[in-house]
Every structure is written in C-alpha cells, then in structure tokens.
Write a protein that binds this ligand. Structure first.
Ligand code: URP
Ligand code: ZN
Ligand code: ZN
Ligand code: ZN
Length: 472
C-alpha cells in the first residue's frame, strides 16, 4: 500500500547519527527509512531541514494547583500549543497530590484537566506530598502499574516538603515497583532561615529570592537526596540542577558507582541571578527554583551537558502572569519575594536555546542535542522505543527544523499563557518549522493546524528505566 506521508530530502538526526534519508509514515508510525521510500499520498519537502525526533519535555507544569488565588498561566491547551510551537511532540506534566487527598483522586483530577485539550501527547508524573500508609502501600504500586512509573518529591515548599523519613518511605516503594523518583533538592529549613533573615532586614525585592537559596542550599539537599537514595537502594533523578556545586555532588556520587541521573534547564544556561536584580518587581519575571546562578555555574552546566553528567534537558515550564488579564497586578508582580510563585515559562524556548547556544556554538553535538531533548527522556521515563527516536516502528513524532533560521525570541513566538518570556530578545539560530505528532502536522509555520484534543494520554512503562540513556 502507498504511504500516508513521505518526508523527502531532509537530514535525519538521531541520538546515534545523522543521515540523509527519506521517512515513510503509515498509520501514524514510521514504516520506512531510506533513499526511496516509494509513493505516498502526501509528500513534505524537507530539503535544507533537519528531521528530528520531536522534543519530549519531561518537566512541565500545566494547570497545577498552586495555592488559593494563584492561577498557573497555562492549562493543557495553551501549554501544549506552546510545546508544539517549540518543536515538542510529548510533554510529561505533573499530577499533584494535595495533602489530605488520595493520589488516585489527584490523577483523576489532572486527567479531567487534560481531556480534550492537548495538542501533543502527554503523560503524568505523580507528585507525592502526603505519603500515608494507603498511598505507600496501595496507591503508588497500583499507579505505577497503570502507567505512572515516576514520582516527584520535594525537599522544600510548605505544602510539599517531605521529611527524610518520608523521602525514604517513598524511595522504598520506588525500589519495589521499579519507579524513578525525581527529586527537587533544596533544603527547606535553610531557605526559611535565609528568607526570614532577609525579610527582617527589609530585603523583600525579587533579588532576595536568589539570595535566600544560594548554591550551598541546593548542594546540601542534593547530597542528602543522594545519600538517602543510596540507603534505600534506588537510582534517582535530580531535576533542575542549577550549577557547579550540585554538579559536584552528582559527579561524586557517580564516582562511587551510584546511579544518579540529572536534568538541567535553559534558565541555567542563559540567565543569571543578576536578572532578578531589576528595578521594582520586574526581576520577579525570572524567579524560579533553584534560581539562575552565575557565569561560572553556566560554564559548569555546559561541561555537564557535553560530558554526560546530564541525561535530560527540560524546560521546567511553570508559567505565571506578571499582569493579570485586566492589566492589574498578577501573581508574579507581588510585592515580597516570598509571595511570588516560583517558576518561569520555557516549553517553547527550550529546543531553540539548546540548539543555538549548544549545537551552533559547538558546545555539544547534534547527537547530544537529540539525546538530551528527546531520546533520553523516552528511555528514562518509559516511552522508548515508541517515542524519542526516528526508527522503523516508532511513532511519527517529528520536528522539521531549519538549522539556519535566525530568530529573536519574543513573547508572541512563545504561544503560552504567560504575558512575558524571560528569554525576550535572545537571538537564536535554528527554529522548528513544522511539528508532527503520530504523522499528523499539529503546528506549522507559526500556526496551530490540528484540533485541541488530538494529543493522547501516554501510559508509560517502568522498563524504560533499564534502557540506558546515551552519554551526553
Ligand atoms: O521554580 C520552579 N521550578 N517552579 C516549578 C516547580 C518546581 O519546583 O519544579
Ligand atoms: Zn522542582
Ligand atoms: Zn544515568
Ligand atoms: Zn518544575
């Protein structure tokens, strides 16, 4: 039978190599790769373009409960439009358990938020905030089997922090069930101590956010998370690693033979703590946790991306508005740094920033780029080989990428619900021109071209954890 679609004349890049070849698609899957894939109902001319596995962003917050009176700026509709605009074909969001709530109820809640809304495929990690005996004994084991084989736990934040004992109890479930635990490693008491001191000195401006959680706070928690994981006998994933000191802890653990995976994000490559130091509350547009650091830490993150310390590069997309829709003060513009919700948008900017600053500037290879933005996410989180590569049998999740297009990042290109981008004005080379999910073009030439709800829920397998990610 003829193909549904042929992508001809492009250059296919995977985590393993780069090759000039055509791609044949039938029933949403890649069924042929080669010089001549035969007749097709539709042809896309990819001459001059890279044919990349669509980005998988394994760290995005969409419509996540944030506290009374604070709305996240993206739900599953606008958040996945923004993802597709940035060349992504899968996002893994979070289902947040509120304390006192069952995890099952949380999962049902987030499914209801996503249903009929998503443009790209999606899964959920489970945020465990209340590890009761029922959650540890019944809910988590059952949910792992139902397609949620990854948990996120927090070592800070009033409503989410777990004690060391609770971390160990969750880690123990992960060991038995073969789940992967993502750890937010910043120390709760250290931050409170620093924030109380800054507040007492009247230092409530956005820059105090960074001052209240210096690298030592992240270093201590990273070390503690690694030690607790060693004790429990599990691999862990340290997410949003910001700089040199946490990296040192991760590399130390690896030398001891421990399996510690690590993720970093665009904010730690192109922003610094100085970005928070702006007149008025403007600096709050850059408030995220851990905060961006300094040039020395940026260099350490680049070394970690090129040298294999990091397996994944995610956005940690966590969008809030600075002004609300009526032009009044939004959550980001709150007066004290302690009241500003943490997080910045980035799902649309992630791939262009890593491609331009990394591949174009010669800091990482194109193969590293694919591994860090797609393949390793699929392997670690149980989506491989269906997602994350260009291979026969895989879903036809593809970003057609113009490696030479020069673009200045601006708010209107992000297609997100925030009213700003922290990357405004950044000049990049390389841009996604067409995003295709399961063989269907969903975003093309700056426009949405499929209906909301096309994106499907992806139950995931634990076996992905045992596929080893490519060294960066
Ligand atoms: O500041 C951040 N990163 N907010 C998002 C939530 C998280 O901790 O990942
Ligand atoms: Zn976090
Ligand atoms: Zn690893
Ligand atoms: Zn996050």
């Amino acid at each position: 039978a003829p193909l549904d679609l042929a992508i001809r004349g492009g250059t296919v890049a995977t985590a393993a190599d780069t090759m000039r070849c055509d791609v044949g698609v039938r029933d949403g899957r890649i069924v042929a790769l080669g010089d001549d894939v035969g007749p097709a109902a539709r042809t896309i001319d990819a001459a001059g373009l890279l044919v990349l596995p669509g980005g998988i962003d394994s760290h995005v917050h969409l419509d996540q409960f944030q506290g009374e009176g604070i709305a996240m700026a993206d739900g599953f509709r606008s958040g996945t439009v923004s993802a597709a605009a940035g060349g992504n074909t899968t996002v893994i969001a979070f289902a947040l358990q509120r304390r006192g709530e069952s995890l099952r109820a949380a999962v049902a809640d987030y499914h209801a938020k996503a249903r009929g809304e998503a443009l790209v495929d999606y899964g959920f990690h489970l945020i465990v905030t209340d590890p009761t005996p029922g959650v540890l004994g019944q809910e988590l084991p059952a949910l792992v089997k139902d397609g949620y084989p990854s948990f996120k736990v927090f070592m800070t934040y009033d409503d989410m922090v777990l004690t060391d004992r609770q971390l160990l109890d969750v880690f123990d479930v992960a060991r038995r069930e073969n789940a992967l635990v993502m750890v937010h490693a910043e120390g709760f008491d250290s931050i409170r101590f620093m924030a109380d001191r800054l507040e007492a000195e009247g230092r409530t401006e956005p820059a105090s956010h960074a001052a209240s959680r210096p690298e030592v706070v992240e270093r201590e928690a990273t070390h503690r998370a690694i030690a607790l994981a060693e004790l429990a006998g599990i691999p862990i994933m340290v997410v949003h690693v910001s700089g040199r000191e946490a990296i040192e802890q991760i590399e130390w653990a690896r030398r001891r033979g421990l399996t510690v995976h690590a993720e970093t994000c665009p904010q730690y490559l192109v922003l610094t703590a100085a970005d928070l130091d702006r007149p008025g509350t403007e600096g709050a547009k850059f408030v995220c946790s851990p905060p961006p650091r300094d040039a020395e830490s940026q260099a350490a993150v680049w070394r970690g991306l090129a040298g294999g310390t990091f397996q994944t590069f995610s956005s940690d997309h966590c969008p809030f508005r600075y002004d609300d829709a009526a032009g009044k003060t939004g959550p980001k513009a709150r007066a004290s740094f302690r009241a500003v919700p943490n997080g910045i948008p980035g799902v649309a900017a992630r791939l262009p920033i890593l491609f331009s600053e990394g591949v174009v500037k010669g800091r990482i290879t194109l193969q590293d780029f694919v591994a860090l933005t797609a393949t390793n996410h699929a392997k670690l989180y149980g989506l491989y080989p269906r997602k994350g590569s260009i291979a026969i049998g895989a879903d036809a999740d593809i970003a057609l990428w113009d490696p030479e297009r020069r673009v200045t990042i601006t708010q209107d290109l992000m297609h997100h619900g925030s009213d700003y981008t922290p990357y405004e004005g950044l000049e990049v080379t390389g841009w996604p021109v067409t995003t295709m999910v399961r063989g269907r073009v969903v975003f093309d030439g700056g426009r949405v071209v499929a209906e909301a709800g096309y994106g499907a829920f992806l139950p995931r397998e634990t076996s992905g954890r045992r596929a080893s990610p490519e060294a960066g």
